[in-house]
Ligand binder design. Structure first.
Ligand SMILES: C[S@@+](CC[C@H](N)C(=O)[O-])C[C@H]1O[C@@H](n2cnc3c(N)ncnc32)[C@H](O)[C@@H]1O
Length: 394
């Protein structure tokens, strides 16, 4: 990258943008927002929303507070911790407009590292940023200390393999910007190019934020790169250290508790091990977002997973101007694995991704754009970049 930012917060403040400005001002938009949050909590994470009533909840990195507004509407007692003072006026005016100001017990303008308290909470929340901190693992362990025994934690992280398609989209944009000599990743030219590549497809998904915020927070963000992407393996090991147990996830993918008799009680360690073994069976789902059932695909091997990780690392290095485009090779193990399975969607996914990779080697911008635009199936896929996990303190 041509710019250096010392932290995620520094990036948001220097670039002066709100990464997740969710529009909730009109009734229909508010209704849409709460139906998405309810779907997340209740159907995906399996937390009936009346659970939040009167609970003490601390949310770190709440940004301008749109998600906290929903918890306020459920009569939760909120402590909000947000280091970016640029977003606090929107947060305050939102709570005022909805008449939920008294639901905020404390609003603290600090980051996790600077936050201290001897209070324990029923619920802790940290969505969409922990993995982007240089000390994210340490900060995760710190926030778990504020959780009461039996309390629930809800966090989300950008998954390394789930972010495959986002990283490929970063790559296509970067390659064209490089060939066109676009003046910096944050320029209007870069935004316009991104719109011409991805704008029409982005409009078709149920995103909550505008394209421009997604472009800046994902496509050209220096904090969406290999170094910052977490894995389930890494996260489960953190849960073990924090004395917490996996409860649920969104997207839901694992069926490791299914078909077992409740009187056969596994230890937390065994449940976590089973979850990670299951993970290999669903690897193609992580990469592509295509639903995969056990009988349809074989488990991935560690060679296949390692090959994808290496490729993604190289892509991030290319985006950082450290290696040339010719060093990016589509992994043979992945190609064999996807090409030789029963699921036609995965075969098509593999063929189209390979075509995009081959197209990128050309110096002809129109050829690159058409190889991306012709990948009609891949264009409808967004992988599974953001994984929510709910867990319980022992
Ligand atoms: C991508 S936004 C997510 C906002 C909100 N949680 C959501 O999911 O919509 C990341 C948020 O984390 C905040 N943040 C960045 N660094 C932080 C830190 N070290 N401690 C706490 N919050 C931080 C940012 O200011 C921003 O509000």
């Amino acid at each position: 990258m041509d710019f250096n930012y010392s932290s995620l917060l520094n990036y948001y403040q220097e670039q002066n943008f709100n990464p997740v400005p969710i529009n909730v001002e009109e009734k229909s938009l508010w209704d849409d927002h709460i139906s998405k949050r309810q779907n997340l909590y209740q159907r995906h994470l399996m937390i009936p929303v009346p659970f939040f009533n009167n609970r003490s909840i601390i949310e770190f990195g709440c940004n301008s507070g749109e998600n906290a507004l929903y918890l306020a509407s459920l009569e939760a007692k909120l402590t909000l911790v947000e280091p970016n003072d640029q977003v606090l006026s929107r947060l305050k005016s939102g709570f005022k407009k909805f008449g939920f100001e008294r639901r905020i017990k404390a609003l603290v303008n600090k980051d996790i590292a600077g936050f201290e308290s001897d209070t324990f909470y029923d619920v802790i929340i940290a969505e969409c940023f922990l993995n982007q901190l240089s000390n994210g693992e340490e900060m995760f362990l710190k926030i778990c200390k504020f959780l009461k025994p039996g309390g629930l934690g809800i966090i989300s992280f950008d998954d390394r393999y789930g972010s495959f398609l986002e990283v490929v989209r970063q790559l296509v944009l970067k390659r064209i910007c490089q060939l066109k000599d676009v003046n910096g990743p944050y320029s209007e030219d870069s935004l316009n190019l991104a719109k011409s590549l991805y704008g029409a497809d982005f409009k078709k998904i149920n995103a909550s934020r505008p394209f421009k915020a997604w472009w800046k927070d994902v496509l050209v963000s220096p904090f969406v790169s290999w170094t910052y992407l977490w894995t389930y393996q890494q996260f489960i090991s953190l849960l073990n250290k924090a004395g917490c147990e996996f409860y649920s996830s969104s997207p839901k993918w694992s069926s490791f508790d299914h078909f077992s008799w409740y009187k056969n009680v596994p230890s937390t360690k065994n449940r976590h091990q089973q979850l990670l073994e299951d993970w290999y069976k669903f690897f193609p789902f992580f990469l592509s977002g295509i639903p995969c059932f056990r009988e349809e695909v074989k488990s991935a091997t560690s060679d296949i997973v390692e090959g994808v990780s290496k490729l993604m690392k190289m892509i991030s290095e290319y985006i950082d101007n450290k290696v040339s485009i010719n060093t990016l090779l589509y992994p043979r193990e992945l190609d064999n694995y996807l090409a030789n399975n029963k699921k036609t969607e995965l075969i098509r996914f593999n063929t189209e991704i390979k075509t995009i990779f081959n197209g990128l080697k050309s110096d002809n911008i129109d050829e690159i754009i058409s190889s991306y635009h012709n990948a009609e199936y891949v264009r409808t896929l967004w992988g599974t970049p953001c994984h929510y996990i709910c867990f319980m303190k022992a």
